[in-house]
Design a protein around this ligand. Structure first.
Ligand code: AMX
Length: 437
């Protein structure tokens, strides 16, 4: 039995009475009313989800288990010779709320290694797909294909479902899936873009190190991977990928069904695909100028042209945040401290967009948040290290996002969260409520 699972069991036992008490004794306490604008407008700001894995403050940005991004990076055990922590240690922290010791972290590293072998049938499924399928379609299909191996689904089928212990099956599925996602992503990448050549994992490396190796990209891409996966892991529960994963899991669907669904939401241009869109927009714009870095005036005009043609400026705005996304800042800092990257023309252009776009969006007057989100910056780093196939960027996001989504649905099971079923009303009912009929 792993230390992580034992610590998690203790945490779950301690936490359960809090949830039971809240429902039984305080269930009628109101968290606010729902307006017509919220009912039509994507439930923005409606407080109806519960998670302790992360919290998003509109002004401060994300905290993982109470820690800001710099605090998270500072607290976790680092990979020897690296400035960045083990992704495996971060998984331990999101699951339990505790910062693991090096020993506890290395236990997870070993556990993931044992579970990381991608089944041959998944490779067959990927190879049977048209090679020009979007990599997100391939990634989500690979996750769904593995559903046949779900321990939760098997035990449920065999009548072994138990409300108090079923989180353990979810935990096993979540860990098995987490350990395989990076190798699957790297396999898709090399099959689609690198002449179908593949590189085996090195048993001496951690998840981030092995991902860089299997992608075929040299250091410091291992650090980029660690940073990227941690930054993209979780953004509380209301975003499309996390909410979809939670919603599907609430029907007692297993981790594979649930996360495959979450990935399909992540693939949308208003969500995870935005990082691909940002780079596409930026590259097209530079190409029109013959590869030159533009002047601020040229950039301002291009931003207005985009808005006037009815499109959004990708990488800007957010449903909750009202300032620069600290995940953007963290990646920007990486660029500024990395020789070569800080003078890279594409980074300079992205920095220039940061100077110009918020003013343009403010003048345009629609977006509630004119500041950049995580996606405005991440593609530049990938491009710089030679991962130029930007169709693939959302897959990277999907590997990272799994950490948060899978930790969340493990806790959902542990706390017995109910099947999700909000109530609909008709347009006539809204008109009635508003007194305009
Ligand atoms: N460019 C142009 N218009 C924008 C805008 C942008 N970057 N961001 C918001 N707006 C517009 C909206 O389309 C909306 O217009 P409408 O009233 O005509 O429908 C209006 O401003 C109000 O929107 P909002 O309340 O500020 O944002 P939202 O909560 O509805 O949507 C988001 C949030 C992220 C979808 C939106 O800001 C957007 O489309 N941004 C660009 C895409 C992007 O970067 N997505 C990635 C987000 C992070 C992530 O999930 N990976």
């Amino acid at each position: 039995m792993s230390t992580l699972k034992e610590v998690l069991r203790k945490k779950i036992d301690e936490h359960r009475p809090r949830t039971v008490k809240l429902i039984k004794e305080c269930g009628d306490v109101s968290l606010g009313e729902v307006t017509i604008a919220q009912a039509i407008g994507g439930a923005r700001g409606v407080k109806c989800l519960v998670t302790d894995i992360s919290y998003l403050d509109p002004m401060e940005g994300i905290r993982f288990r109470g820690k800001t991004i710099p605090e998270t990076f500072a607290a976790l055990p680092k990979v020897p010779g690296s400035d960045y922590p083990y992704v495996e240690g971060f998984w331990y922290m999101l699951m339990t709320g505790d910062v693991p010791t090096m020993e506890q972290t290395l236990e997870v590293v070993e556990d993931w290694k044992k579970r990381s072998q991608v089944p041959e049938y998944v490779i067959d499924v990927l190879r049977a797909m048209p090679r020009d399928s979007h990599p997100m379609t391939m990634f989500s299909t690979a996750v769904l294909a593995m559903q046949r191996d779900s321990i939760f689904a098997k035990n449920y089928r065999e009548g072994k479902f138990n409300k108090m212990t079923c989180w353990e099956d979810m935990y096993e599925d979540a860990t098995n899936l987490m350990a395989k996602l990076a190798p699957i992503a790297a396999y898709i990448y090399r099959m689609k873009y690198k002449g179908d050549t593949h590189i085996d994992a090195d048993p001496n490396l951690d998840m981030g190190g092995n991902f860089a190796r299997m992608m075929g990209v040299d250091a410091p891409y291992d650090d980029v991977a660690r940073m990227y996966f941690i930054l993209h892991s979780d953004h509380e529960s209301g975003n499309v990928s996390a909410h979809t994963t939670h919603l599907v899991a609430s029907a007692l669907s297993d981790a594979y069904y649930s996360y495959s669904a979450g990935l399909n939401g992540l693939a949308g241009p208003l969500h995870g695909l935005a990082n691909q869109e940002v780079l596409g927009w930026t590259q097209d714009f530079m190409a029109k100028l013959g590869g030159e870095v533009p002047t601020k005036e040229q950039l301002e005009k291009a931003l207005w042209d985009t808005l006037n043609s009815g499109q959004v400026i990708p990488g800007y705005g957010h449903a909750v945040l009202r300032k620069t996304d600290p995940r953007y800042s963290s990646q920007r800092e990486f660029c500024l401290k990395t020789e070569g990257l800080k003078d890279y023309p594409l980074f300079k252009l992205v920095s220039m967009i940061y100077e110009v776009a918020p003013g343009v969006l403010q003048e345009h007057g629609k977006a509630k948040n004119p500041w950049p989100n995580v996606d405005a910056q991440s593609g530049v780093i990938q491009w710089y290290y030679g991962v130029t196939e930007y169709d693939f960027y959302t897959v990277l996001f999907g590997v990272g996002r799994a950490i948060g989504c899978l930790a969340n649905i493990t806790w959902d099971r542990a706390l017995g969260y109910a099947i999700e079923r909000p109530k609909s009303v008709t347009t006539a009912m809204l008109e009635d409520a508003a007194g305009i009929k």
